[in-house]
Design a protein around this ligand. Structure first.
Ligand SMILES: [Zn+2]
Length: 331
C-alpha cells in the first residue's frame, strides 16, 4: 500500500519545492538516503502531486477526481511495487507487470506513476527488465525508485535516473520533530534513539516501537557483565533472545567503528557513549589488524542477516560474544 501522507517530511521541504517548481519532470527519479529519513513518504507525496490534475501551491489538491481515487487507494494509474514478503527479492514478474502498466493508456487520461521500493531488492532479471522500461520512457509515465542502498543497483539503472539524495535533518530539527512524535519520552530518550538511528527521525520512531532503548540497555549491561566474567557467552545469548539480530549486529558494527576511531586518534566515542569506558579500555590494548579481521567477520555476517540467510541464531551470538571477549582481553 502507498503511504497516505501527502506531505514530505518538514526537513525535505526545500528539496520538494525545487522539484515541484520544475516545469518538466524527469521520467525516472531515484530517491536515495538512510533508512528512516523519509524517502518513501517523499515518493508518495511526489506521486500524489504528479497524479493530481489541479495542484495547489505545489501540492496535490486533495479534491480533484484523481486525488480522491488515490486517497481511496483505487487510482488505476498508480502502481506500487515491493517484494511480496519483506526482505525478499523483487522478481521479474513484478517488473513485467510494470511494463504492462506503462504500455497501457492512462485510464484517467493524465499521468501514470510507479513507485518501486526498495529498488535494491530487485534481482538481476528484474533489474534487466526494468532497464528496458527506463530505456524507452513513456511521455506521461514517471518511475520513482526508492533505495537505502543505491550502490547495490546496476550502474546502468542509476545513470538513467535523476538521483535525489534525501538528507537527514539537522540535530535540533530532528529532536524538535521527535519531541512532537514521541511526546511521552524525555529529551534524553529522543537523543538516544536518534543517535541509534544515525540521525534518521522516522527510523528513531521505528526503533522506539521495537522498544530499542530497553533492548539496548540489556545488551550494554550484558557486555559489561561478560567482560567482568559475571556471565558466560551462552547465558548472554539466551538472555538476548528477544533482541532482533539486525539490531544486535548493527550495534556491534557501530561499537567496532567507534573502536577503530578511538584507535586511530579520536578522543571519544561518537555513537556509543553508553559504552565509552569499555571501548576506551579496549582501544588502548587492541591491535588494529585484529580489529580489521573482526570487522570483516562482522560485516560478512551482517550481510547474511540482512539477506535473510539461514543462520543458527544461538551459535552466531555465542561466536560473536566469544570473539568480542577475546578482543577485549587481548594484551
Ligand atoms: Zn488533486
Amino acid at each position: 500500500m502507498l503511504d497516505s501522507a501527502l506531505l514530505p517530511c518538514p526537513w525535505h521541504m526545500s528539496l520538494w519545492t525545487a522539484l515541484a517548481d520544475q516545469s518538466q519532470h524527469a521520467h525516472a527519479y531515484l530517491f536515495a538516503g538512510l533508512p528512516g529519513v523519509g524517502k518513501r513518504r517523499f515518493a508518495s507525496a511526489f506521486s500524489a502531486f504528479l497524479l493530481c490534475t489541479d495542484p495547489q501551491r505545489g501540492m496535490a489538491c486533495e479534491r480533484c477526481r484523481s486525488c480522491l481515487l488515490r486517497k481511496a487507494g483505487t487510482h488505476p494509474d498508480s502502481l506500487f511495487i515491493a517484494p511480496e514478503e519483506e526482505g525478499k527479492a523483487i522478481r521479474v514478474d513484478a517488473i513485467r507487470q510494470l511494463g504492462d502498466f506503462i504500455a497501457q493508456t492512462a485510464q484517467q487520461g493524465g499521468r501514470k506513476v510507479v513507485i518501486l521500493h526498495p529498488a535494491e531488492a530487485m534481482n538481476l532479471n528484474a533489474a534487466n527488465a526494468l532497464l528496458k522500461s527506463l530505456e524507452e520512457p513513456n511521455r506521461d509515465t514517471f518511475l520513482l525508485l526508492v533505495s537505502d542502498q543505491p550502490s547495490r543497483l546496476l550502474a546502468t539503472i542509476r545513470s538513467r535516473c535523476r538521483v535525489q539524495t534525501l538528507n537527514t535533518p539537522v540535530l535540533t530539527e530532528a529532536l524538535g520533530w521527535l519531541a512532537q512524535e514521541l511526546s511521552d519520552l524525555s529529551p534524553e530518550q529522543h537523543a538516544a534513539l536518534l543517535l541509534m538511528a544515525g540521525g534518521a527521525p522516522l527510523r528513531a520512531v521505528g526503533l522506539h516501537q521495537m522498544d530499542a532503548l530497553t533492548l539496548r540497555k540489556l545488551v550494554v549491561d550484558g557486555i559489561k557483565e561478560l567482560l567482568k566474567n559475571q556471565c558466560s557467552a551462552s547465558q548472554l545469548a539466551e538472555r538476548w533472545n528477544n533482541v532482533p539480530l539486525e539490531l544486535l549486529v548493527d550495534w556491534f558494527c557501530s561499537l567496532t567503528l567507534d573502536l577503530l576511531k578511538l584507535k586511530t586518534g579520536a578522543e571519544e566515542c561518537v555513537a556509543n557513549n553508553d559504552m565509552d569506558k569499555v571501548l576506551g579500555y579496549m582501544a588502548q590494548r587492541l591491535d588494529v589488524r585484529l580489529l580489521m579481521d573482526w570487522q570483516a567477520w562482522l560485516f560478512d555476517h551482517r550481510g547474511k542477516i540482512l539477506g535473510k540467510a539461514n543462520l543458527n541464531r544461538v551459535l552466531f551470538v555465542e561466536s560473536l560474544l566469544i570473539q568480542w571477549k577475546q578482543l577485549a582481553e587481548r594484551r
